[in-house]
Design a protein around this ligand. Structure first.
Ligand code: ADP
Ligand code: MG
Length: 319
């Protein structure tokens, strides 16, 4: 549905987007994840035709944004980072105004707008001035304007930014509801958001794609045995020394004392090396019984930090 190839955007000397390519299939919700300044808004502004690219191509439903901007814009509903809301209009007035801009057919307008307002939960607020709405409701108005004309594709730039936790939950529910028959790209710098809403994630950092996969697979690839939770009975200094002597250990963190002379440790190994057997025998040799030993799965947060810092939680080679 959306195909981005070798996209580059330079603002003078600043390379905001540096050769990124990805596809979004019809009906998919793609999470576009990255820290502030990564290039998310720039990419979205190019996809929606609000900014020209420096080079590269964007196709939406087979139409190229440079050669067929009108065809592309017709298919896209865009919630920019700062939706241009007119605060002295009521919700209905504003949505009518946007309908005019989008040249939505007049005969069906009333029913279209009432359907949209119902969908995003604005019906009870339709006569209110936008100026008097809370941030959460203004965001719904932003979503509503994106939905006018029933676009097949929605591009949502940080739709939950600035909302309180309750509003965030509500907006997420609205977005999930929209997903059934639409293709969505949603940007965020908030991690849990992508695992909650998105089927696939593209992580972008400094204008380049750093990772791309399903949230689950991203976690699984990096889980395995690289991080172990260990509980051992024995003198903690002796335990730390014994563990420290095992090859391929990267970090040891001692967390808490759980009962008399029983401590919990977190171990990280290099290159996904499995040290469990080694650990077992060394502890046994030293008469320090292992009470518990279990691998800990990498969270999406671990992955994000790993990818974004380029440090690699499992890949770091040290000498
Ligand atoms: P994100 O949305 O991921 O936070 P942006 O796309 O807004 O990132 O910005 C990417 C980079 O481009 C940043 O370094 C930002 O400072 C720069 N940038 C964005 N807009 C402009 C602009 N109009 N002029 C110059 N630099 C810009
Ligand atoms: Mg942005």
């Amino acid at each position: 549905m959306i195909e981005i190839k070798n996209l580059v955007k330079k603002y003078g000397q600043v390379v905001a987007v540096n050769d990124i390519s990805f596809k979004v299939k019809e009906g998919e919700i793609l999470g576009f994840l990255g820290p502030n300044g990564a290039g998310k808004s720039t990419t979205m502004n190019i996809i929606t035709g609000y900014l020209p690219s420096t080079s590269g191509t964007v196709e939406v439903d087979g139409y190229d944004i440079t050669t067929h901007p009108e065809q592309v814009k017709k298919r896209i509903g865009y919630l920019p980072e700062q939706p241009p809301l007119y605060k002295d209009m009521t919700v209905t007035e504003y949505l009518n105004f946007v309908s005019d801009l989008k040249k939505a057919p007049r005969n069906k307008r009333k029913s279209e707008l009432s359907d949209i307002m119902e969908l995003v939960g604005l019906t009870d607020h339709r006569k209110r001035l936008i100026d008097n709405l809370s941030k959460g409701y203004r965001q719904r108005v932003g979503l509503a304007q994106a939905l006018i004309g029933n676009p097949k594709v929605l591009i949502l730039d940080e739709p939950t930014v600035g909302l309180d936790p309750k509003q965030i939950v509500e907006i997420r529910r609205v977005i999930k509801g929209l997903a059934s028959d639409r293709t969505i790209i949603l940007s965020t710098h908030i991690l849990p958001e992508v695992s909650m809403i998105c089927e696939r994630v593209v992580i972008i950092n400094k204008g380049q794609i750093a990772a791309e996969d399903t949230p689950d697979r991203l976690s699984n690839n990096l889980s395995g045995v690289s991080k172990l939770n260990l509980t051992v009975k024995g003198d903690k200094d002796k335990v730390l020394k014994t563990i420290g002597n095992i090859p391929n250990i990267k970090y040891i963190t001692m967390t808490t004392k759980s009962e008399e002379s029983v401590y919990k440790y977190v171990l990280e190994t290099k290159n996904n090396v499995d040290i469990r057997e080694e650990l077992f025998f060394r502890m046994a040799d030293n008469k320090m019984p292992i009470i518990e030993l279990k691998p800990s799965a990498a969270t999406l947060e671990d992955i994000f930090i790993s990818v974004v810092s380029n440090a690699g939680i499992t890949q770091t080679e040290e000498e």
